[in-house]
Design a protein around this ligand. Structure first.
Ligand code: AMP
Length: 417
């Protein structure tokens, strides 16, 4: 079932959203992107004449009630965004009466799901090494099913619009789907958009396809790099990874971030790229600094000849040109991870050159997906988020999807377990 096919008139819908918004010390929302992201789904349900039960997690309360992570803090913001009053249920597992009392057009927000350990389904207070761990885990999985069943009992239909947690098999993101038949469970609009964006990258590829992987370490990106190797025409590896590759090839990288235990891996990636005919693009020069700070002294130097006390913090001018050339004429682009320490204004040039080239390609008709952790902060810093095709809301979920893994939150609805 798709959300557009379903008429919510007179129905109660329980919707899993990702309202894990950042709050300041007074509990005020500092960025409401996630609330705005879920509005199309929530508004469609209300406009059809349905009633809404909204559920989410916030932070990591580890199965215990923690007022600092209470969703009551965002109740008014949700009401304002929806333009209607919102009722609040202090315990998400004891909301049956409030849910039953909902009339068409009314909204109930449930308290943080993760105040209950059953949401994540991991046993608490017991070490993985403990001989009793397996039994505790089994028991918790049973409790998780009961918890999911309780949530499911509140509604006629289940909608999952929380892409950020789609890679987790939690009660509200996946297990709950077992209590609805195929005609009464569906992805929300945000999820549909995310899934389509990932499909554009992994299935409906227009060539040439350029992937840009940056960030700090090779080790955290290896699964993705391997999966992309079979799909891309150009693979740009940048950011901190640059120096592991330079050192693995015998270069001097000074104090640059460098994973000395990943040299074999780096050389293997270079070899595989050759075998598969992938144009692997690595930085040639860098902006090196004599300190890890915005005000450090800098010099432009080869990535393989960095003096002892210096560290590469950004892509150099020659590298920026090479990167831009591999991006400008692409028809499919994936960008994950900055090309330098973009948090420091003096080390943004590499990431900026990538962003500009991605925008240029997008203007010429390419599909560009930016996502996964810091790349979103980076594109926002440059004010270019609305000039690329899609900026993903998922961090870990997006990365796992690109690795080619099946996301439990999506599989639970589509039935492709
Ligand atoms: P990741 O979470 O792996 O995507 O890494 C993102 C982080 O990598 C950002 O905070 C960047 O500041 C950092 N980063 C990028 N390039 C470098 C570099 N050359 N040296 C140290 N950190 C870097």
């Amino acid at each position: 079932m798709t959300i557009d096919q379903y008429n919510f008139n007179g129905k109660k819908a329980i919707v899993r959203v990702d309202f894990n918004v950042p709050l300041d010390e007074n509990g005020n929302i500092t960025d409401d992107t996630r609330i705005r992201g879920a509005l199309p789904t929530l508004k469609k349900i209300l406009a059809d004449g349905g009633s809404l039960i909204i559920m989410s997690h916030m932070g990591k309360p580890k199965g215990k009630v923690n007022p600092k992570m209470s969703l009551s803090q965002i109740k008014d913001a949700v009401a304002k965004a929806l333009g209607t009053e919102v009722e609040f249920a202090e315990d998400c597992a004891k909301a049956a009466d409030k849910a039953a009392a909902l009339k068409p057009g009314q909204v109930l927000l449930l308290e943080n799901l993760r105040f209950h350990p059953e949401e994540e389904g991991k046993p608490v207070g017991i070490d993985k090494e403990d001989p009793a761990y397996d039994a505790a885990k089994k028991e918790m999985k049973e409790r998780q099913k009961e918890f999911a069943k309780t949530l499911a009992s509140y509604a006629d239909v289940y909608v999952n619009d929380a892409f950020g947690t789609a890679h987790r098999r939690h009660a509200s993101t996946a297990v709950i789907a077992d209590y609805f038949d195929a005609d009464h469970k569906m992805l929300g609009y945000l999820m549909e958009k995310e899934v389509k964006a990932v499909d554009n990258i992994l299935k409906d590829i227009k060539r040439p396809f350029t992937a840009i992987m940056g960030g700090s370490k090779v080790s955290t990106k290896i699964g993705i790099i391997e999966n992309l190797m079979d799909k891309v025409d150009n693979l740009i590896l940048c950011g901190g990874m640059t120096y592991t590759f330079a050192a693995a090839q015998g270069g001097k990288v000074g104090k640059s971030i460098c994973e000395t235990d990943k040299f074999d891996l780096a050389l293997d990636i270079i070899k595989k790229a050759k075998e598969k005919g992938v144009n692997l693009v690595l930085g040639v020069d860098c902006v090196a600094a004599d300190d890890f700070s915005n005000d450090a002294n800098t010099m432009v130097v080869s990535c393989k000849e960095i003096p002892d006390e210096w560290e590469g913090l950004d892509a150099g001018p020659e590298t920026r040109k090479i990167f831009a050339d591999a991006i400008k004429d692409a028809k499919t682009i994936l960008w994950n991870g900055p090309a330098g320490v973009f948090e420091f204004d003096n080390f943004t040039a590499g990431s900026r050159a990538i962003a500009d080239a991605v925008v240029e390609a997008t203007e010429k008709g390419a599909f560009s997906l930016v996502g996964g952790g810091d790349s979103v902060a980076c594109i926002n810093k440059f004010g270019l988020a609305d000039k690329v095709s899609y900026v993903s809301t998922g961090g870990g979920a997006l990365l796992e999807a690109i690795e080619g893994k099946v996301l439990p939150g999506i599989a639970a609805i589509r039935g492709d377990k």
